[in-house]
Design a binder for this molecule. Structure first.
Ligand code: PLP
Length: 439
């Protein structure tokens, strides 16, 4: 199966129908010995329509800001293909991410190598592949870049206030204001070209004013650089945007503040191109994880004095914190999940499949009684989940089924759905695999 295989959803079907069909399909393959376990392995459904809608909202709400999707957040090939088809750029953090994105047809000028501390071999690779735009935040990095990539177009990352974000990045990355001038002077001495400034207000940002302050901070750095003779033309406002269901209100609020700050500090006629590096914004709500309940235990709740509610259901599911649900541990912006079914509810504890007791997905979670063999769904699983998943104890990693509705495909290229269809776009071709189970 091609890594980018995307199934087309008939217009009469919903994502929920698609999930039900996938579960049925997985149960129906029991006669084939090699894949008999499929009905016990978790899977994600990657709803590419959701990505499409997010992109439309981005263009409408932040018209001056070109998104460069942060590949680290979720590097599923179908996600990269879809976003590339929609016209985004890409923020890559390593040689491997650049390789992946280029292999999917993205051209080098649509990539920013947005890691300030890069292994030398990765800088050399970027140089050989024509990926010139890259960030830096210290003199040591400049020396490596000057040795490996003299054509680099440098973007100075500055440390900004990230105190209102779930994941703080400015302690690890970004130059402090006091060293900006010295660093830029060093660039001059090394004959390196600096074209812009970047920042990241922290992932899972909760305060729109963080962007305003950071944009103002970037303005000061621009002014210093211009005085030193650099032709400054790029502002990169990083990531930090919300992406879960219900993201709209906060996203609109952030956008309003960002647009006003851009108009004030980088007006449209300044000629400065503005980009961003959204990660979770694009993918979070697009992924739903389906997990299989492969074991169950009913235990008495000693602490309960209510005879109606004195039993605790413990469930053991096919994915856990060493797999897709690692985000419960590693992503402070994703602290709980809400698996669902539609029946009478009990206090329940859900465990991941491994032997490690850390592998607990929920504690004291109220939900209907589930039977071994049932499937639970977990929404908002797109960001920083599949990308960090392990196969600890050799439990299978969840599969991924990317799906795109026929409406969206037809809107892009009004050709008949055949077993293989091509969406021809100016720079690349999105290959969509037909013959989906639903036709
Ligand atoms: N850009 C950089 C340099 C990052 O480190 C990250 C996340 O860590 C992102 C972009 C994406 O951030 P988010 O997912 O909050 O949009």
């Amino acid at each position: 199966m091609d890594l980018c295989d995307i199934e087309i959803l008939d217009t009469t079907k919903t994502i929920s129908d698609f999930i039900n069909d996938k579960i049925k399909e997985r149960h129906s393959v029991v006669s084939i010995p090699d894949i008999i376990y499929l009905h016990e392995v978790s899977f994600h459904v990657a709803n590419l329509d959701d990505l499409h809608q997010k992109h439309i909202r981005w263009l409408r709400t932040l018209p001056r800001v070109k998104p460069f999707y942060a590949v680290k957040c979720n590097s599923t090939p179908a996600v990269i293909r879809m976003l590339s088809t929609l016209g985004t750029g890409f923020d890559c953090a390593s040689k491997g991410e650049i390789e992946l994105v280029l292999s999917l047809g993205v051209t080098p000028e649509k990539i920013i190598f947005a890691h300030t501390t890069k292994p030398q071999s990765h800088i050399k690779y970027a140089s050989t592949r024509g990926v010139d735009m890259m960030t830096f935040d210290c003199e040591e990095e400049l020396l490596k870049i000057s040795a490996c990539h003299t054509r680099a177009k440098l973007v100075l990352r500055i440390a900004v206030d990230d105190s209102k974000s779930a994941i703080k990045l400015s302690q690890k990355f970004g130059t402090k204001p006091s060293v900006v001038k010295k660093l830029l002077e060093r660039c001059k001495e090394l004959d390196l070209e600096v074209i812009g400034v970047s920042f990241h207000v922290g992932s899972g940002c909760t305060d729109s004013l963080a962007y305003r302050q950071a944009i103002e901070d970037a303005r000061h750095v621009f002014d210093t650089a211009v005085l030193l003779g650099f032709q400054m033309r790029l502002l990169d406002i990083g990531g930090g945007f919300p992406g879960k269901e219900g993201f709209q209100i906060q996203f609109d609020e952030f956008s309003k503040v960002i647009n006003e700050a851009l108009d004030k500090f980088f007006p449209a006629d300044s000629g400065v191109q503005v980009i961003a590096e959204p990660g979770r914004y694009y993918v979070d709500s697009a992924f739903t994880l389906a997990v299989n309940v492969f074991a169950k235990k009913v235990v008495m709740d000693d602490s309960s004095s209510d005879p109606e509610n004195d039993r605790v259901m413990m469930y053991y599911i096919s994915d856990g914190v060493f797999g897709s649900l690692n985000c419960l541990i590693y992503d402070p912006a994703h602290t709980n999940v809400a698996p669902y079914l539609h029946r009478k509810r009990y206090r329940s504890i859900i465990w991941g499949p491994t032997c490690d007791s850390l592998d607990r997905v929920t504690a004291n979670y109220w939900m209907p009684e589930v039977q071994v063999g049932d499937w639970l769904l977990i929404d908002n699983m797109g960001a920083y989940s599949v990308c960090c998943s392990s196969d600890f104890s050799f439990f299978d990693k969840a599969d991924i089924y990317p799906v795109l509705s026929a409406d969206v495909v037809e809107a892009q290229a009004p050709c008949a759905l055949s077993s293989h269809i091509y969406l021809s776009l100016p720079y690349l071709t999105l290959w969509v695999r037909g013959g989906a189970v639903h036709k």
